[in-house]
Design a binder for this molecule. Structure first.
Ligand code: MIG
Length: 749
C-alpha cells in the first residue's frame, strides 16, 4: 500500500496505482521507460483518502468516487463507489519492448477522441494509429493516421462517462472494436504502460483532463476573426492587391497568412527581400487597417554553409543526429535539411531566439507546418528514421519515442520565446502537428483536405473529435486544400466554417484563386453576410474562449454535450453546437436547399426567423443557398456586436437559464470583466439577476437587450420602471431586471 494507492509486484511486471484525486487515477505498468511529462502542465496531487483491502483473489482500492479491483493475474475493474462497473481491463501483455492491453467494451458504449481523425465521430469499430504523419497529397474520409494524434478516448455508456489518457508517446495502435467487437486493443511499441483514468460527467472529465494537460490560454481576439491565406501570396504587391480586394468588396478581414514563398529559398527565419522588400512597412500598413500578419515556419533548416541559422545550429550541436554521431539529413522544401532537436531545452531556447526579428517587425502570429516531422521520401514513411537520436531532456532517446512529441515541443519552444519577447501580447501559434497538451500553446488546422463534399462532411467529426481530445481551436481550409471547389461547395464550406473556432480560407499552390470575389454573385454577397455574422458573433466566441480557459470545454461541441445520457445524440455528426446556445446544421449535400435537423429536447428558436420549436424532434428546415439552419437554445443570452453590444435574450417558458459575457481589451493581460446573468421565468415574469467579476469597468452607458420569443410589456430595473420599445430594452447596469411578458398572445411568439 501507498498513502494514495498501491504498488503490486509480480514475477514479470509491476503495477503502480495512484489516486491523484478521488476521481482521477494513474496506473503505471512497468517494465518500460517512464514518460518525460511533456504532456503534463500541472502535476496535481490532491490529498485523497483511500482504502486498500485484500480480497480473495486480488485487492480492492477505494476512494469516495472510484473503486478499483485488481485481480491476482493483473485484471483491473473500475467501478463507481456503488459498485457499477464502468471499465474493465484484461491483464496487459508485454512482448519485447511493447505493451498491449485489452479493454472490454459494452454493447452500447461509444468512444470519442484520439485527436485528429478522418473518421466518424464515434470512433468505435476501427483501427487507428498514433503516429503523426502527413498523409501526403491530400486526404479524404478514412485516411489514418493524420498529423496530430492524442492517445485518449472518452467513453459514453449507460453507467457514465470516463476519459482515459495514455501517457505514452510511442508508436501505438488503437483497435477500438475492429478485430473484436466487444473489446479495444491498445498497443504501444515501447515505454511503460501508463494511463490516467478520469471519471464523472462529460464536462467534468474534460475539465479534469485539461487541468492536468493544460487549458487553452485566451487567444488574442483578432484570432477569432477571419483569416485569408493561400499557398502562396508571393510578393508584397500581391498581398496589397488581395487586401485591397477585401476592401473593395467590403469584406471584413482580420489576418493574412504568408506561406513558404515569403522566405528566401525556403530558409526558415528568412525573408525574400526581392519579393518582400519592405515587409515591416507592409505589416504596419496592414495593421493600420486592422489586419494581422501571420507567417509560416517549417522546422527543417536548409543545409547551406552561407546561412546563419544552419551555421549556428551546426556549431552549437542543435540538430538531431544518427547513432553514429552524424547529423541526420532529410529532404524538405528547401532541399536537404537538418532538424532541431526540440527535446533538448537548449535547442528550444536557441530556436526561440529567431522569432525576435519577426516580433519586432510586427508579425502577430506564427504558423508551424511540417512538424510531424515530415520529410520527403522515395519510399517508407515520410519522417525521420526511428534510429535518429533525441536528447529527451538529457536522458537520451530515439525517434520512436520522440516522434509524436516533435510538433508539441516545437510549439513549446515558440510559446516560451514569445511570452518573453512580447510580454504584453498573447502569442498566436497555429500548428499542424502536436500531441496531448498542445492546446497550451497552439491552434490547429485540419491540414491538406480534398476539395470535395465528402471532405466538407468529414470536417465536423474531425473538429469535434479534436475538441473532445482537449484541442478546441481548429478548423479546415475553406473549400478544401487541394482542389477547385465549385461556387456552391465554397459557399457551403464557408457557411459551416463561419461557426468554427479557426476560420480560414486557404488553398494549395496551383489551384484556382479562391478569394471570395472570384466566384462572383451570389457567392460574394453570401460570403459577405457570413463574414459580417462572424464579426457580430465575436463577443459570444470570445466568451466561449474565456470559458475554455476555465474549464477546457471546446467551443465546438457535439450535440450530446447537452445530454450525454441520451443515446439518440451519440452519433450525430452532421450538426454541432457552438457553445451551448447555438446549434448549427451546415448544408453538406450538393444541390440541397433544405435539410433535416435533429433538435435535442428542450425549446429552440430558429436563429433567422425566431420561429419556436420543441425538441426532441427532427425538423425539415429550409436552407436556400444564402442560409444554413441555425437554432438558438431557449434561455440563452447571446452577446453580439451590434450597436456596440446587444444581448439577445431568448425567452424560455417556465425554466431557468444562464448567460455569460466576458470582456477585456482583446489582447494582453490587463483588466477583464465577467458578467453572469441568471434567468428565472415564472408565468408572465422573467427575472434576470446579474453578478460580476473582474475590474474592467462596463464599457458604454448601459446594456441593450433584444428580446426573442415574447414581447416585453414592462420592465423594472432594481425597482425602477424603464421604457420598453418593441423588443428592445436599454437598461442601466443592474442587479435585478424584471421583464413582464405582454399577455396578449397574438403579440407573442
Ligand atoms: O508540403 O507550405 O498543410 O497548408 O500551404 C506542403 C505549403 C507544405 C502543407 C500545409 C499547407 C501549406 C503547404 N504545406
Amino acid at each position: 500500500p501507498l498513502a494514495d494507492g498501491a504498488r503490486l509486484t509480480g514475477p514479470d511486471a509491476e503495477l503502480e496505482i495512484r489516486f491523484l484525486s478521488s476521481d482521477v487515477l494513474r496506473l503505471t505498468w512497468t517494465p518500460g521507460r517512464l514518460p518525460i511529462p511533456y504532456a503534463i502542465a500541472r502535476d496535481i496531487l490532491e490529498d485523497t483518502r483511500i482504502s486498500v483491502v485484500p480480497q480473495p483473489d486480488g485487492w480492492c482500492l477505494e476512494s469516495a468516487a472510484i473503486r478499483i479491483e485488481v485481480g491476482m493475474d493483473g485484471r483491473v475493474r473500475f467501478q463507481t463507489a456503488a459498485g457499477r462497473v464502468w471499465r474493465e481491463e484484461d491483464p496487459p501483455e508485454r512482448q519485447g519492448e511493447a505493451w498491449r492491453h485489452r479493454v472490454r467494451l459494452r454493447p452500447e458504449e461509444r468512444l470519442y477522441g484520439l485527436g485528429e481523425r478522418a473518421a466518424p465521430l464515434n470512433r468505435r469499430g476501427r483501427v487507428y494509429r498514433m503516429w503523426n504523419l502527413d498523409p501526403g497529397g491530400s486526404y479524404g474520409p478514412g485516411a489514418d493516421p493524420l498529423y496530430l494524434g492524442v492517445p485518449l478516448w472518452i467513453s459514453l455508456h449507460t453507467d457514465g462517462v470516463y476519459l482515459v489518457f495514455y501517457e505514452n508517446p510511442s508508436d501505438a495502435t488503437f483497435d477500438l472494436g475492429a478485430s473484436e467487437p466487444d473489446a479495444a486493443w491498445v498497443s504501444f511499441a515501447g515505454g511503460a504502460l501508463r494511463y490516467y483514468v478520469f471519471y464523472g460527467s462529460l464536462e467534468h472529465v474534460l475539465a479534469r483532463y485539461t487541468e492536468r494537460t493544460g487549458r487553452p490560454p485566451l487567444p488574442p481576439r483578432w484570432a477569432l476573426g477571419f483569416h485569408q491565406s493561400r499557398w502562396s501570396y508571393e510578393s508584397a504587391d500581391e498581398v496589397r492587391a488581395v487586401v485591397q480586394g477585401f476592401r473593395d468588396h467590403d469584406l471584413p478581414l482580420h489576418a493574412i497568412h504568408l506561406d513558404i514563398d515569403f522566405m528566401d529559398g525556403y530558409r526558415v527565419f528568412t525573408v525574400d527581400r526581392r519579393r518582400f522588400p519592405d515587409l515591416p512597412d507592409l505589416i504596419r500598413e496592414l495593421e493600420g487597417q486592422g489586419i494581422r500578419t501571420v507567417v509560416i515556419l517549417d522546422p527543417g533548416v536548409k543545409i547551406d554553409p552561407g546561412y546563419s541559422v544552419y551555421q549556428e545550429g551546426m556549431a552549437q550541436g542543435m540538430f538531431c543526429r544518427l547513432p553514429d554521431g552524424k547529423v541526420y539529413r532529410g529532404l524538405v522544401w528547401p532541399g536537404w535539411c537538418v532538424f532541431p532537436d526540440f527535446t533538448d531545452p537548449a535547442v528550444r531556447v536557441w530556436w526561440g531566439i529567431h522569432y525576435r526579428p519577426f516580433v519586432e517587425m510586427g508579425v502577430a502570429g506564427f504558423w508551424h507546418d511540417m512538424n510531424e516531422p515530415t520529410t520527403f521520401v522515395a519510399w517508407g514513411e515520410p519522417t525521420f528514421p526511428r534510429v535518429v537520436r533525441h536528447a529527451m531532456e538529457g536522458r537520451g532517446g530515439d525517434h520512436q519515442e520522440a516522434h509524436n512529441l516533435y510538433g508539441l515541443l516545437m510549439n513549446r519552444a515558440a510559446w516560451e520565446a514569445l511570452r518573453e519577447l512580447q510580454p504584453d501580447r498573447r502569442p498566436f501559434l497555429l500548428t499542424r502537428s502536436g500531441w496531448a497538451g498542445v492546446q497550451r500553446y497552439a491552434w490547429n488546422w485540419t491540414g491538406d483536405t480534398e476539395s470535395t463534399w465528402a471532405a466538407l462532411r468529414q470536417t465536423i467529426p474531425t473538429v469535434l473529435g479534436l475538441g473532445l481530445s482537449g484541442i478546441p481551436y481548429t478548423g479546415p481550409d475553406i473549400g478544401g486544400f487541394s482542389g477547385a471547389p465549385t461556387a456552391e461547395l465554397f459557399i457551403r464550406w464557408f457557411q459551416a466554417a463561419a461557426f468554427m473556432p479557426f476560420f480560414r480560407n486557404h488553398a494549395a499552390k496551383g489551384t484556382p484563386r479562391r478569394e471570395p470575389w472570384v466566384f462572383g454573385e451570389p457567392a460574394l454577397s453570401i460570403v459577405r453576410e457570413f463574414l459580417r455574422l462572424r464579426v457580430r458573433l465575436l463577443p459570444y466566441l470570445y466568451t466561449l474562449a474565456w470559458e475554455a480557459t476555465q474549464t477546457g470545454a471546446p467551443l465546438l461541441r457535439p450535440l450530446f454535450w447537452l445530454d450525454p445520457k441520451d443515446p439518440a445524440l451519440w452519433e450525430i455528426e452532421d450538426a454541432f453546437l457552438l457553445g451551448s446556445s447555438l446549434l448549427v446544421a451546415p448544408v453538406m449535400e450538393e444541390g440541397a436547399r433544405s435539410r433535416k435537423v435533429f433538435l435535442p429536447s428542450g425549446e429552440w428558436y430558429d436563429f433567422w426567423s425566431d420561429q419556436p420549436f420543441v425538441g426532441p424532434e427532427v425538423v425539415e428546415v429550409e436552407a436556400p443557398l444564402e442560409r444554413i439552419p441555425v437554432f438558438v437554445r431557449a434561455g440563452s443570452i447571446l452577446p453580439m456586436a451590434e450597436d456596440g453590444l446587444t444581448l439577445h435574450l431568448y425567452g424560455l417558458p417556465g425554466r431557468e437559464g444562464e448567460g455569460i459575457l466576458y470582456q477585456d481589451s482583446g489582447d494582453g493581460f490587463g483588466p477583464y470583466r465577467v458578467d453572469r446573468f441568471h434567468e428565472r421565468r415564472q408565468e408572465g415574469t422573467l427575472r434576470i439577476r446579474r453578478t460580476e467579476e473582474g475590474d474592467l469597468p462596463w464599457p458604454g452607458d448601459g446594456l441593450r437587450f433584444q428580446i426573442h420569443g415574447f414581447i416585453p410589456a414592462h420592465a423594472v430595473v432594481d425597482g425602477r420602471s424603464v421604457p420598453v420599445e418593441g423588443r428592445a430594452l436599454i437598461v442601466p447596469l443592474f442587479e435585478e431586471l424584471i421583464v413582464e411578458v405582454d399577455p396578449d398572445p397574438s403579440r407573442t411568439g
